[in-house]
Design a protein around this ligand. Structure first.
Ligand SMILES: *Cc1c(COP(=O)(O)O)cnc(C)c1O
Length: 428
């Protein structure tokens, strides 16, 4: 589909066409595991990657393929691979790049689960992560060494309302010859397009705003197609004969689609972190209204954050959409349509008051999720960020006196009234 169409058109049409068999206008849920080969030659061509087609749904599925094309188009990438969750997408993004002994340089301001995945779990693969403050550009530069294979950050970092200067970070990763991976979950491609700021790969938890209503988990890795995998010899899985696929040279064979093909032919084949067609269907439904929802999320977040900032029971609010935020000046360049719908605020009375607040809300739901149409609240220090050290909690914007909200698309006045009555219970 033409890239000249606007975002609102692409979020509904990109990747989809009437079903060739039935004319069905909506993308059918192809609930099938396998696909009949026309003949033995056809089967051989598919397995040799000489012809693109469907073999087995662990690798590719027509419903999932529509979602992949839709997300790739919205992000301005050449291809995308959908996965079973956002965390699966992060492993899938690193997998073709890393080997035992390799490291990823990551921002300290990340989703709590990502901090745990990077600081603990990836060690079992022989990989490691070096965490640095991405506002300290010299520290980022210094942290990159000869074994670094990726730089990783979030565009709008959940939960602290921090916006990364993607242009500055991508010029450092470019200089070092390593790809920049940006988790664009909190911003979505409607608010931020990381590839335009130099990202090589973009990852998503589609569980959040892309699906938009808290129904299914999923993830995606989008390939910009712009990184030169062969230039420095650092990415042999992509530039050299790949033993896991009978010696195929992915970069030479597939050019800008090397990463995408590698992720399907080897990543999904062997790691099996596949998105199922039902999940893809729900996410396709959600994406059709992404821009409308994000506009309302932002509008409501600005209203609620402004009200909270002026309330004496609240110490401060960290939302980049507020002029008081140190990151406010990055909104215009990084996410010009708004700073998203997520932020944290500090409650006077600390830990105890926060726990009382989450127990007293009525419209807000106390859940470990974000990006739902309904407003959500969580006390990160006692839940999602519980396993982090106090220093890590502080760095991630999840100190004991902080509450995180994901502002939904309800009436802003009702949300404010709900927080008002709940805050009045924290004072007693
Ligand atoms: C939720 C989330 C993830 C993990 O995604 P899952 O779908 O829950 O696995 C990663 N990054 C960010 C920013 C998230 O919000």
């Amino acid at each position: 589909m033409s890239d000249n169409f606007g975002f609102d058109t692409l979020q509904i049409h990109a990747g989809a066409r009437p079903d060739p068999a039935t004319g069905a206008r909506q993308t059918p849920i192809y609930q099938t595991t396998a696909y009949v080969f026309r003949d033995a030659d056809h089967a051989a061509a598919l397995f040799n990657l000489q012809e693109v087609g469907y073999i087995y749904s662990r690798l590719t599925n027509p419903t999932v393929a529509v979602l992949q094309e839709r997300i790739a188009t919205l992000e301005g990438g050449v291809g995308a691979v959908c996965c079973s969750s956002g965390h699966a997408a992060q492993i899938m993004a690193l997998f073709p790049l890393m080997a035992p002994g390799c490291n990823v340089v990551a921002s300290t301001r990340l989703y709590g689960g990502t901090v745990t995945q990077f600081s603990q779990t990836i060690k079992r693969f022989g990989w490691s992560a070096t965490f640095v403050d991405f506002d300290d550009l010299d520290a980022v530069r210094r942290a990159i060494d000869e074994n670094t294979r990726a730089v990783f950050c979030e565009s709008i970092a959940n939960p602290g309302g921090y916006i990364t200067d993607l242009d500055a970070i991508s010029s450092i990763s470019d200089e070092a010859g390593v790809p920049l991976i940006v988790d664009n979950t909190s911003a979505t491609p409607y608010l931020c397009r990381p590839i335009e700021h130099g990202a090589s790969l973009v990852v998503h938890s589609t569980t959040k705003y892309l699906t938009g209503n808290g129904t299914v988990t999923g993830g995606a890795v989008v390939d910009s197609g712009k990184f030169d995998w062969s230039a420095l010899g650092k990415f042999p899985s992509l530039s050299e004969p790949e033993p896991a696929y009978h010696g195929l040279k992915f970069h030479e064979t597939f050019g800008p689609l090397a990463f995408t093909f590698h992720s399907i032919a080897i990543g999904l084949r062997d790691l099996g972190m596949t998105m199922n067609p039902q999940a893809a269907h729900y996410t396709l439904m959600g994406i059709e209204t992404l821009s409308l929802r994000m506009e309302r999320h932002v509008e409501n977040a600005v209203k609620v954050a402004t009200w909270l900032e002026n309330d004496p029971r609240v110490d401060f609010v960290t939302y980049a959409g507020l002029p008081s935020s140190p990151y406010h000046n990055r909104v215009e360049t990084i996410c010009p349509k708004g700073a998203g719908g997520l932020f944290t605020f500090a409650v006077k009375g600390g830990y105890e008051a926060c726990v009382k607040l989450v127990d007293s809300v009525e419209i807000f739901s106390h859940v470990a999720n974000l990006g739902d149409t309904r407003s959500l609240i969580i006390h990160s220090a006692s839940t999602t960020h519980r396993q982090l050290s106090p220093e890590q909690q502080e760095a991630a914007g999840a100190a004991p006196n902080m509450v995180r909200v994901s502002i939904g698309i309800e009436d802003a006045d009702d949300l404010i009234a709900d927080l008002d009555q709940a805050l009045s219970k924290t004072a007693t």
